[in-house]
Write a protein that binds this ligand. Structure first.
Ligand code: NAG
Ligand code: NAG
Ligand code: NAG
Length: 419
């Protein structure tokens, strides 16, 4: 039998898997660093403890134009700046010059510097987990407002920037009943088309309260959606990575959107982190605040459907659907892999129609975020979250990696390839 067949059959469980010919590593860092005004400024930041390199975990990624955004949530103290970017040129040449470029605070350092949050105008970015650039050249930022030791600095808020002028368009704070001291909003999904920019909806999962907050730009209002499918699965709560073993109770974590239908609605795919199940609901249901309000008899729980099961080891954090090919990409955090499923093919969502586009037990430990940019490139970032949470990052290791590949190359030869 071929080695690959044995691996598939699980007959070679000890083999260190490295199947990554489809994604190209374009950036890597041992520890992330930032652009400082001068070496003295950097030294002062280190001396004062405002910058502790080992406490900066690069986690979220998004590409817009000549910028690659990299987020660094304030999970520990000493995060110099939570929302950042590096500059790309058309041929990604800057990436080639330097594979470990320092991060640049976005929109500037001031917005990322803690202190005086309550009165600050414009509001400060306190802790950003993931961001999303939409089809209307806006950057949507979910600021969880929770910093180290679960300290809450005001309500979680949306911050929306005009990417063409790098100016803040507006911010919107969640209402009291939409969050509590347990809340964490790990991702942000923006439902909009370039033909109707004022008609945006934003889906904000709360991973520890098993809720979804839905924001409508038209009404500039939010409402809360609850459903049992937003909870974690106790049978899928055990995780391990390297020498670490732990349990998580993380519920609804990330959502992905199908192309729009004739009525302008989409299918919304979603999953909990501590689960191997994928679910789907029509955006029409999520957007209708009266249909979803918890005190309404009109509530239609049956609108939520089971899509399928990724099977053993199928726990996933980020997901993203490429509208061009219909391929749903997702991180497989316990497999150190990126998976795919082609939503256009009509296949069931199950083991045999799910492909692995990349898997590597060294370079892809904890794939944390992925996006497809406007040009059809898939971006993936990996960083050793378990080591960071349960121990400390090893400054001798390459800890962070960014991979990139055109979608069509990424799915070539897999079960997700087009017909
Ligand atoms: C990258 O290389 C090009 C061509 O060699 C050069 O013009 C440019 O300044 C370099 N960029 C950086 C950031 O070093
Ligand atoms: C939405 O409301 C907030 C106040 O809650 C305001 O600051 C913001 O400008 C509004 N945004 C829009 C798009 O009207
Ligand atoms: C929202 O849901 C309510 C209750 O089911 C329904 O009466 C109403 O027509 C819906 N609105 C839209 C815009 O679909």
């Amino acid at each position: 039998m071929e080695l690959w067949t044995l691996v598939c059959l699980g007959l070679l469980p000890q083999v260190v898997l490295s199947i990554n010919t489809r994604l190209t590593e374009v950036l890597h860092w041992t520890l992330v660093d930032y652009v400082f005004g001068s070496p003295q400024e950097r030294q002062a930041a280190l001396d004062s403890g405002r910058f502790v390199p080992q406490n900066n975990l690069a986690l979220g990624v998004e590409r817009w134009g000549d910028k690659l955004f990299i987020t660094v949530p304030r999970f520990k103290s000493g995060v110099w700046s939570t929302l950042n970017y590096i500059k790309l040129d058309d041929k990604l040449a800057d990436i080639k010059n330097s594979t470990s470029p320092p991060l640049i605070p976005y929109p500037n350092l001031e917005a990322n510097t803690l202190g005086g949050e309550a009165k600050a105008w414009p509001p400060k970015l306190t802790s950003v987990v993931r961001v999303r650039a939409d089809a209307c050249d806006r950057l949507w930022v979910m600021d969880s407002a929770v910093i180290e030791n679960n300290k809450q600095l005001g309500p979680p808020k949306l911050m929306v920037y005009d990417l063409k002028s790098d100016s803040l368009l507006f911010s919107y704070s969640l209402k009291d009943k939409e969050y509590n001291e347990k809340s964490l909003f790990p991702s942000i999904t923006v439902d909009v088309t370039s033909a109707n920019c004022d008609h945006a909806h934003v889906y904000l999962p709360d991973v520890y309260n098993y809720n979804l907050v839905v924001y409508s730009l038209q009404t500039n209002e939010t409402h809360l959606v609850t459903h049992n499918y937003f909870h974690f699965d106790p049978l899928s709560g055990d995780f391990s990575s390297g020498k670490f073993h732990w349990q998580w109770q993380d519920g609804i974590f990330n959502l992905a959107l199908s192309p729009v239908d004739r009525e302008g609605y989409r299918l919304v795919y979603f999953h909990a982190l501590a689960s191997t199940m994928e679910f789907v609901v029509a955006s029409k249901h999520l957007q209708n605040s009266s249909m979803m309000s918890s005190d309404s008899a009109a509530q239609d729980f049956s609108a939520f459907k089971v899509l399928g099961n990724r099977g053993m080891g199928g726990q996933s954090s980020a997901e993203f659907l490429d509208e061009e090919t219909g391929v749903l990409f997702f991180t497989l955090v316990t497999k150190n892999a990126v998976g795919c499923w082609n939503s256009f093919k009509g296949d069931e969502y199950e083991d045999k129609s799910i492909g692995i586009i990349a898997q590597d037990e060294e370079t892809m430990v904890f794939p944390n975020d992925l996006k497809v940019d406007k040009k059809g490139n898939l971006w993936v970032i990996s960083s050793p979250l378990p080591e960071f949470f349960f121990g400390n990052l090893n400054p001798e290791n390459v800890n962070f990696r960014v991979f990139m590949s055109p979608v069509r190359l990424a799915i070539k030869g897999t079960v997700c390839d087009e017909m």
